[in-house]
Design a binder for this molecule. Structure first.
Ligand SMILES: NC(=O)C1=CN([C@@H]2O[C@H](COP(=O)(O)OP(=O)(O)OC[C@H]3O[C@@H](n4cnc5c(N)ncnc54)[C@H](O)[C@@H]3O)[C@@H](O)[C@H]2O)C=CC1
Ligand SMILES: C[C@H](CCCC(C)(C)O)[C@H]1CC[C@H]2[C@@H]3[C@H](O)CC4=CC(=O)CC[C@]4(C)[C@H]3CC[C@]12C
Length: 369
């Protein structure tokens, strides 16, 4: 990686490059990494928009593959300088089995690490999650915490369990010798709840609001604050980390960084209304319309129904005991570690992040705009 800044020599691999965050990372790399010669985009499902990226100066190589298949991962990693491992099964609604979530998120990450070691790739950036820390099953608030804030991280749900295990594997791999004898340098980025263009849960809320005549019903107290971060800023952090890992290996290797920006601290629903409000939706109620015990009962019934119906149909409502607990527990970060370690400043202001997201919601199918 010691080439002059102007000469494009580097080969990057982005796993999960066709997902919500992955697409933003891919586009950001093409816009803002001048040293890039080839960008490999590895995903289980390749998107058609990749085609239009192939006409630019950087060679974009689309690789259809599965992170759970070690040989496919090794073939994609071979010859790359940096791997950004973003692929993952993001499922808190019971769409996939715990076994599948573990296989993709943990075994998949192990495959990426082993591929780096076997093929001599020295730099690995892992997309972790705030969920690695919490909220924990006890519902303890994490208020304006940073990477060093003590917090009892206790999980039961397969998704946070898998992200925590995978992050641990990545951090423990820091310093292992890759083929050729150089040390592997790894670090993990922990986004809070990501929002922005392409966000599926935001789309679901918007469609739900349209179905209810432009209304959403408050389920979470406005006092519960939920950390959110704009997808463009999360992508920018990945680009910066990947760029700085070589020069600052001693400082950054084996480290974790929360992803943050200037998005305001609000409840999950009030935050969504920053975008859905200007698109014509209203949030009904200043307090939750249903008491917590009733919501918990409904969430438990949903979980029971999901289990009963599983042989016939996949029933995956937004409300389940886990999503209710996460939405009802304050989890916000306040840190400048990324700025101190690798000079991160959000690329998009809150106003710009908001405007871009509103613009995207307004362009959604079924929108009245
Ligand atoms: N969405 C969010 O709010 C947050 C997401 N994250 C993490 O960010 C990463 C990306 O998440 P999103 O973009 O939201 O999810 P996404 O579902 O939109 O993207 C994940 C991508 O990984 C790919 N993928 C899944 N299984 C694969 C496999 N076996 N082999 C190859 N590719 C596979 C999918 O096809 C998809 O394109 C994940 O690792 C997730 O845990 C972390 C914090 C918050
Ligand atoms: C779906 C939840 C909101 C609905 C609550 C209801 C039914 C009571 O109205 C979402 C609330 C919090 C979200 C999660 C949070 O942002 C943290 C996450 C991090 C990740 O790594 C993956 C996604 C998620 C688990 C995210 C998922 C949706 C919520 C549970």
């Amino acid at each position: 990686m010691a080439e002059s800044a102007q000469v494009p020599t580097l080969v990057y691999l982005v796993t999960g490059g066709c997902g919500f965050l992955g697409e933003h990372i891919v586009r950001m790399l093409l816009e803002r990494e001048p040293r890039l010669r080839e960008l490999r985009v590895f995903d289980l499902h390749l998107s058609s928009w990749l085609e239009e990226l192939k006409t630019g100066p950087v060679q974009v190589t689309a690789i259809q593959g599965d992170v759970t298949q070690a040989h496919e991962v090794a073939a994609a990693v071979a010859g790359s300088h940096v791997v950004i491992h973003t692929a993952g099964l993001v499922d808190v609604f019971g769409k996939a089995s715990p076994k599948t979530i573990h296989k993709v998120n943990v075994q998949g990450t192990q495959n990426v690490i082993e591929a780096c070691i076997r093929t001599g790739t020295q730099f690995l950036v892992y997309t972790s999650s705030m969920e690695v820390v919490g909220p924990n099953i006890k519902g303890h608030p994490f208020y304006r915490g940073n990477e060093d804030t003590p917090y009892e991280a206790v999980h039961r749900h397969p998704y946070p369990c898998s992200k925590a295990l995978a992050e641990q594997l990545v951090l423990e791999a820091n310093g292992r010798k890759v083929n050729g004898g150089l040390p592997l340098v790894t670090c993990a980025l922990r986004p809070t709840g990501i929002y922005g263009e392409g966000h599926q849960v935001m789309r679901d809320f918007y469609n739900q609001g349209l179905r209810f005549g432009g209304r959403l019903f408050r389920a979470v107290p406005a006092s519960v604050e939920h950390g959110r971060v704009y997808v463009g800023n999360v992508a920018w952090m990945h680009v910066l980390v990947a760029r700085e890992l070589e020069q600052r290996a001693a400082l950054m290797g084996g480290q974790v960084y929360f992803c943050y920006d200037k998005s305001p601290y609000k409840s999950y629903e009030d935050f969504n209304m920053e975008f859905l409000g200007p698109c014509g939706l209203r949030l009904i109620g200043t307090h939750p319309l249903l008491p917590y015990w009733l919501l918990l009962l409904l969430a438990t019934l949903n979980a029971l129904l999901q289990w009963l119906l599983r042989p016939l149909v996949l029933y995956t409502p937004l409300l389940n005991p886990y999503t209710l607990a996460v939405a009802n527990t304050t989890f916000t970060v306040s840190t400048n570690k990324a700025q101190r370690h690798f000079g991160y400043k959000p690329l998009f202001s809150w106003e710009e992040s908001k405007a871009r997201t509103i613009h995207w919601v307004q362009a959604l199918e079924g929108s009245a705009w």
